[in-house]
Design a protein around this ligand. Structure first.
Ligand SMILES: *[C@@H]1O[C@H](CO)[C@@H](O)[C@H](O)[C@H]1NC(C)=O
Ligand SMILES: *[C@@H]1O[C@H](CO)[C@@H](O)[C@H](O)[C@H]1NC(C)=O
Ligand SMILES: *[C@@H]1O[C@H](CO)[C@@H](O)[C@H](O)[C@H]1NC(C)=O
Ligand SMILES: *[C@@H]1O[C@H](CO)[C@@H](O)[C@H](O)[C@H]1NC(C)=O
Ligand SMILES: *[C@@H]1O[C@H](CO)[C@@H](O)[C@H](O)[C@H]1NC(C)=O
Ligand SMILES: *[C@@H]1O[C@H](CO)[C@@H](O)[C@H](O)[C@H]1NC(C)=O
Ligand SMILES: *[C@@H]1O[C@H](CO)[C@@H](O)[C@H](O)[C@H]1NC(C)=O
Length: 510
């Protein structure tokens, strides 16, 4: 239904009040459903509904018998809906379904189990499901593994451990056939190849995936064709082990700071984070915080996007300072918007070159060993190798060695190096006529912001009257609902520690 203008203020008030009351309602519903205790198994025919009124950011439907984990509806960011397995003590989502089309928290959704798990959105469209399987029960194991089982089989028909999102936990096998770990902001991936693991940036929707870190299993033999591939597993003793499939022979370990401490009883996870770093953490019930005891990349300037697109990272004092490669108006990130397409298309209305060129001294790139290169070149030859190729965005040249490294993906953060002979050449997309429309969208954002402010003020001022009104209109509200309003007013909820869709790169600003 459409709201008349005069009803907007009242609707805002109602939304606020309804959020406060909904949390009480939620508890009742869960208790009622649980009967004698928490639900630890789902059977065929199970259905759970997400209510658009829900105020708690996580609505559990299934618990592990150790009480440490639960599976249910999770609010992600301000207003998206996903299914997740959550570590209850920390509210950290260890696994997420991450459907291609995300759900909307402020609309209804349904989770059903009828042979397979299915998440259905408000428009009856399937958002996510466990494909090509038939199961009889769903359980959440003490390890946090969500499993769909057949009565007669011991091996699960489907398990969340085989479909990781951004996190691995204790005893979860990460194999060459596992999908990659993808950071919550979907910009980075951890992949496992036959003998090595590697970190990648994801560009153009995953079509270009340049590598920025690689670790080859020490005792694996890449040239031995009969040797089986490796798989990785987080070990409770404080390391990530790489083993040969089949025999299980250990071929390498990445050991954590706590490896020497004999730390027992800790729960561990390894997460690919939004800054592109892979970090390990442990949790103990006495300390009750996630403590990091491992990270793959230790220097902030060696992370690929510390200063954003076209940023220049200046190392020093254990931290990093950000500048811009180009003279843009801002001197700190973001220097430039992220590029989503290459420079090859758009030749229809040939108005000339689509990019400007920037040349800088004392610049290098942290992961140059992973880039395509040419040897025995001059700075001019290096520049030429990039300039005429529309899939090349930049090149860095080392005058002392003659090496030329080509950046065949959008330019991210470069690193300052105090060496005159290290020079860089970068292409910067020329602003198109679309600048006007982006200005207008900024205007639209401002209007939205002002509107929300007014709404919020009205809501606070009228809260008391609103409560009375709400009591009287309760029945009508139940029938109509006010989609969109709750989302507007609760976007800064108490669940800040959950990962949002945004990037956390700002933590390196100094
Ligand atoms: C899971 O943990 C609970 C409580 O710690 C324990 O009673 C139960 O036996 C465990 N289940 C399995 C399969 O180990
Ligand atoms: C992990 O791999 C080992 C060895 O192949 C196997 O015994 C174990 O069952 C696997 N764990 C899971 C959860 O699949
Ligand atoms: C290749 O790997 C297999 C299995 O690990 C091993 O038995 C064999 O000796 C290896 N061959 C060589 C030439 O190293
Ligand atoms: C670690 O624990 C094992 C068995 O629990 C014990 O044998 C060993 O001595 C311990 N090591 C240290 C350094 O405490
Ligand atoms: C940036 O601006 C400064 C002064 O305004 C100028 O000296 C410098 O050459 C410019 N750098 C680039 C890359 O355009
Ligand atoms: C490097 O290039 C120069 C001229 O371009 C050539 O004379 C020389 O032989 C090359 N050296 C090597 C090692 O390829
Ligand atoms: C352009 O660069 C891409 C990526 O580095 C490379 O694969 C391709 O061969 C280059 N094309 C030409 C014409 O040099």
């Amino acid at each position: 239904m459409r709201l008349a203008k005069g009803d907007l203020a009242i609707a805002g008030v109602l939304a606020v009040v309804c959020v406060c009351v909904a949390s009480a309602v939620m508890v009742v519903v869960v208790d009622g459903a649980n009967g004698d205790g928490p639900v630890t198994q789902l059977s065929n025919g199970f259905t759970a509904k997400h209510s658009p009124d829900a105020s708690a950011p996580f609505e559990p439907v299934l618990y592990a018998t150790n009480g440490a984990f639960a599976f249910g509806f999770l609010r992600v960011g301000a207003a998206s809906l996903d299914l997740a397995v959550v570590h209850l003590a920390s509210s950290f989502p260890l696994w997420r379904a991450t459907p291609a089309r995300v759900g909307d928290w402020s609309r209804a959704a349904t989770l059903t189990f009828d042979g397979s798990l299915v998440l259905t959105g408000a428009d009856d469209g399937v958002l996510w499901q466990t494909l090509n399987i038939v199961g009889d029960t769903v359980a959440l194991l003490n390890s946090s593994n969500l499993v769909v089982r057949r009565f007669v089989k011991t091996r699960p028909a489907w398990q969340s451990f085989d479909n990781p999102s951004d996190t691995l936990v204790l005893d979860q096998n990460f194999t060459v056939s596992s999908p990659p770990l993808i950071s919550a902001n979907r910009r980075f991936a951890l992949r496992l190849a036959k003998t090595y693991m590697s970190l990648h940036m994801e560009f153009y929707g995953g079509r270009t995936t340049p590598m920025y870190w690689q670790h080859t299993a020490l005792e694996a033999q890449p040239e031995n064709a009969t040797q089986p591939p490796v798989y990785g597993r987080l070990d409770g003793r404080g390391f990530f082990g790489l083993y040969l499939q089949g025999g299980g022979e250990k071929v390498d370990v990445l050991s954590f700071d706590t490896f020497v401490q004999n730390l027992t009883g800790a729960f561990r996870r390894m997460t690919l984070e939004d800054d592109g770093n892979l970090r390990a953490y442990y949790w103990t019930d006495d300390v009750k915080v996630w403590t990091s005891d491992y990270k793959t990349i230790s220097a902030p300037c060696e992370l690929p996007t510390t200063c954003g697109a076209y940023g220049l990272c200046v190392p020093g004092g254990g931290g990093a300072k950000c500048q811009c490669l180009t003279n843009s108006t801002s001197t700190s990130p973001p220097c430039s918007p992220e590029e989503t397409t290459d420079l090859c298309g758009g030749g229809d209305n040939n108005v000339g070159q689509v990019f400007d060129e920037v040349r800088l001294k004392r610049v290098s790139v942290a992961y140059k060993e992973r880039l395509p290169f040419e040897t025995n070149t001059t700075a001019e030859q290096c520049e030429q190798a990039c300039a005429g190729n529309c899939s090349c965005w930049g090149a860095v040249h080392n005058g002392a060695s003659g090496y030329c490294y080509l950046i065949d993906f959008p330019v991210e953060t470069m690193v300052y190096e105090a060496d005159e002979q290290k020079v860089g050449y970068f292409k910067v997309r020329r602003p198109q006529s679309s600048t006007r429309s982006s200005g207008m969208s900024r205007g639209a954002k401002a209007v939205t912001a002002v509107l929300s402010l007014i709404l919020a003020s009205l809501a606070v001022a009228g809260a008391y009257i609103g409560y009375r009104l709400w009591q009287r209109r309760r029945q009508r509200r139940r029938r109509a609902g006010y989609p969109g309003m709750e989302q507007e007013l609760t976007s800064s909820g108490p669940y800040k520690d959950l990962k949002s869709m945004g990037s956390s790169n700002d933590s390196f600003k100094s």
